[in-house]
Design a protein around this ligand. Structure first.
Ligand SMILES: [Zn+2]
Length: 322
């Protein structure tokens, strides 16, 4: 019994010995394997490339969102009915953006100390011939820079209401994208949201805005004028009513400018009185905020640009002393 017991003990030691050796062998293999993995990973990504070699960075995976287009998003379209670009030379600067993010462009001619301003297109495509006139004036002065005296800087904002111009060339193209009449939106002393329509434009509903200066197009012009010292300005309209001086009541320098412009253009001054009371206009706000003289001037119809007359008007403007 004793010897049998002894031999069975010996087997237990042998078996446990083999187990222990196998475990140690497995551990050694495991350690060697992971070390070799790290080494090969280092070979693959961290080795310094030799000169001229291209390093390939292994792709990193992130959980990127899927780029599915928003079905409710309409990309803005910047086409206008009168695309305008000078063939060579002068590029416009941008003084602001319309509600639909169309740029409001400013052309600057000359670098003299006397500053003058022309604004066209405040009533959009409905008065699109004012924009066409501004384009022609810009093209003409670009070709004949001597038109602007050396002591003068002339600014031309060719289209103050580009969304309306893009929308329509008729009565639907007058107000901005909020339905606001921009020439009723300036925060002049007499601004009102609504007005008596007797003798006024009545073809579509419109307002003067939520408050004076509520519209981005209006604020673009306000901040531009506020940053300059404008001696005199013309805000172009159509059609047929004549030349309206700025100010309530009309201010003397603006009346002198209106009279001088009327003489060379043949546009009526005093303007035709339809009984309409104009509130919140650019011309009124301008003279209340430091512009020496300003007028609303109407072309003779909704089609023609009356170029010859308005070239004479430009000379009057550029020599005007308020
Ligand atoms: Zn107008």
């Amino acid at each position: 019994m004793a010897s049998r017991k002894k031999s069975s003990h010996a087997w237990v030691y042998v078996i446990w010995g083999i187990n222990g050796a196998a475990l140690i062998a497995v551990l050694i293999i495991a350690v060697l394997y992971t070390t070799s993995l790290r080494a090969s990973a280092a070979d693959g990504t961290l080795s310094t490339p030799r000169p001229g070699e291209t390093r390939n960075i292994p792709p990193t995976s992130y959980f990127l969102p899927t780029l599915t287009p928003n079905p409710f998003y309409t990309p803005p379209v910047f086409e206008t009915s009168t695309p305008f670009e000078l063939p060579k030379g002068l590029r416009p600067s941008i003084i602001g953006f319309s509600l639909a993010a169309r740029p409001i462009e400013l052309y600057t001619f000359g670098a003299g100390e006397k500053e003058y301003l022309i604004v066209a297109g405040i009533h959009g495509g409905y008065e699109g011939n004012t924009i066409a006139l501004a384009n022609e004036l810009i093209t003409y002065i670009n070709e004949k820079p001597d038109t602007v005296p050396t002591d003068v800087t002339l600014y031309i904002i060719r289209n103050m209401n580009p969304d309306a111009e893009a929308r329509d060339n008729g009565v639907d193209g007058r107000v901005n994208n909020n339905g606001v009449d921009l020439n009723r939106n300036f925060p002049s002393d007499n601004w009102t949201a609504d007005w008596d329509r007797d003798g006024c434009w009545i073809y579509r509903p419109t307002t003067g805005g939520a408050y004076g200066g509520s519209e981005p197009e209006t604020r673009s012009i306000m901040s531009f004028i506020g940053s300059r010292k404008i001696k005199a300005m013309i805000s172009y309209h159509s059609a047929a009513l004549g030349v309206f001086p700025g100010g309530v009541p009309w201010e003397e320098p603006s009346k002198r400018l209106a009279s001088a412009l009327s003489k060379v253009t043949g546009y009526a001054y005093p303007p035709i009185d339809t009984g309409c009371v104009y509130t919140g206009t650019l011309a009124d706000w301008a003279v209340e905020h430091g512009v020496g003289a300003s007028v609303d001037m109407e072309l003779s119809d909704h089609k023609n640009i009356d170029f010859a007359q308005n070239l004479k008007a430009l000379k009057v403007l550029l020599n005007f002393q308020p």
